[in-house]
Design a protein around this ligand. Sequence first.
Ligand SMILES: [Zn+2]
Length: 94
Amino acid sequence: MKIPEVVKIGAYDYKVVEVEDLQLDGKSSLGVCDRETNIIQLKKGMKPKKEKEVFIHECLHAIEDSYGIDLGEKRVNLLALAIMALISDNKLRF
Ligand SMILES: [Zn+2]
């Protein structure tokens, strides 16, 4: 799976950008999903597997917003790991 420059989630196109020093609420972060600007930010320099996991994590936050689902941080973390495993264990490319 290649991280796309734009990902469509529900009715919205989210731009995906890499950021050198990523902060959320004053704390260092690996990923941020801004639901107002529809931008997913990923911290630059992550290992490919981690970057994919963080990308899926942030997409799940966008899915929460687009579909009105309240998963919460813990479930988003678990689902991101589960989806990563689903993709890699089955070598899915679609
Ligand atoms: Zn999160």
